[in-house]
Write a protein that binds this ligand. Structure first.
Ligand code: SAM
Length: 345
């Protein structure tokens, strides 16, 4: 695709604001661009299922994302499945970097990846206009890492990817680690040291009932308080102020100011009241919550010939109905029909 000047849509009006019926302003869109993945992380996938849903053409994602941006979205995170597997990714990032928010500024562009292909793609992604990446790593010990991903050699490959991303300037660089009791909870202290050595922000994430198989129980979740207490015993922590109200992570710095850890605690300290997100699946369905029981077929309407105005009205109505909160751990809780890898984490 040829480069040109930044694109501001004629439909964009600074007064537009995507809000839900609970008064939350939605400004963060997560877009899955494939549900294929080259890892089979034991807590995420069974290892038997492949991709389950179709992918759209890059131009189709661009048209759908543009509609959300016209309605006030300022941040777009590309995810999957594994987004680096997606053909056309660099074109997509290049075009997104040219889009303008309704205020006229560039979008904040991020991507979540397992890092396996990042060594070669970090530089081109930065050149295409990506601002930053989050890399998922569930252990800092090589053997544990590879037991989780079920891919030999993955630890070294991802480490090189992380270093390439930092060298390319895809910063601040975040590392996501999902902790599961009995699998990798012995990695907590090692990750704190890793954050300092590699100059990255490590985010521990509580495990949610979004796996393909049946693994989740309340007992397997390693709660925020336990993580903070354990790290604090080896390296003194200082809680850092939130940078924005919708920030999902509780952030902590180390006593000497080098490195950072954060904890995302959707299970034990849910942050639904400050949620600013909606999701678009790889097949073009809107999900207003990770735990939604219904999906909204935006792409189907586009294929049926609705124009941009009709599609924007549909997005506004759909977002209005965003769930107040999730019900993890409550009686009657139902897992959504799609697991994390097929929704887009
Ligand atoms: N393949 C990319 C990656 O590995 O980052 C993007 C997709 S992956 C589904 C996104 C994130 O979701 C990863 O950090 C992964 O660890 C996390 N994740 C997967 N299943 C989860 C679960 N049940 N609870 C919490 N996080 C989960």
């Amino acid at each position: 695709m040829a480069a040109a000047s930044p694109i501001a849509s004629p439909a964009a009006t600074p007064s537009a604001r995507l809000t839900d019926s609970h008064g939350r302003v939605i400004h963060d869109l997560r877009v899955s661009i494939t549900d294929r993945c080259n890892y089979k992380c034991v807590y995420c996938r069974t290892g038997e299922l492949g991709a389950q849903y179709p992918e759209l053409a890059i131009e189709e994602y661009l048209r759908l994302i543009r509609l959300f941006v016209d309605l006030g979205i300022t941040k777009v995170r590309l995810t999957g499945g594994e987004p680096l597997l997606r053909h056309g990714l660099l074109d997509l990032v290049r075009e997104l970097a040219r889009m303008r928010t309704i205020e006229g500024g560039p979008l904040e562009l991020a991507l979540t990846t397992n890092g396996h292909l990042l060594d070669s793609l970090a530089g081109p992604l930065k050149a295409a206009g990506l601002n930053r990446v989050t890399v998922s790593m569930d252990a800092v010990d090589e053997a544990t890492f590879e037991r989780i991903t079920r891919v030999p050699g993955s630890f070294r490959t991802v480490l090189e990817g992380v270093r390439a991303a930092r060298a390319a300037g895809l910063t601040p660089l975040k590392i996501n680690c999902v902790l599961l009791r009995g699998f990798n909870d012995d990695q907590v202290e090692g990750f704190a040291r890793f954050a300092r050595q590699e100059d990255v922000a490590v985010r521990f994430i509580e495990f949610m009932p979004l796996e393909e198989g049946r693994l989740w129980t309340p007992a397997i979740v390693v709660p925020l308080r336990e993580i903070v207490a354990r790290i604090g015993r080896v390296l003194p922590l200082v809680e850092l102020p939130a940078r924005e109200p919708s920030e999902t992570a509780r952030r902590y710095g180390f006593g000497d100011g080098r490195g950072e850890i954060g904890i995302i605690a959707p299970v034990t300290e849910a942050f639904c009241g400050a949620c600013s997100r909606v999701r678009l699946t790889s097949d073009g369905k809107i999900r207003t919550c990770l735990f939604s029981q219904v999906e909204h077929d935006l792409y189907g309407r586009m294929r049926a010939g609705e124009d941009d105005e009709e599609l924007r009205a549909y997005i506004v109505r759909t977002v209005q109905g965003k769930e107040a909160r999730h019900h993890i751990g409550e009686p009657g809780f139902l897992k959504p029909s799609r697991s994390m890898v097929h929704i887009g984490g």
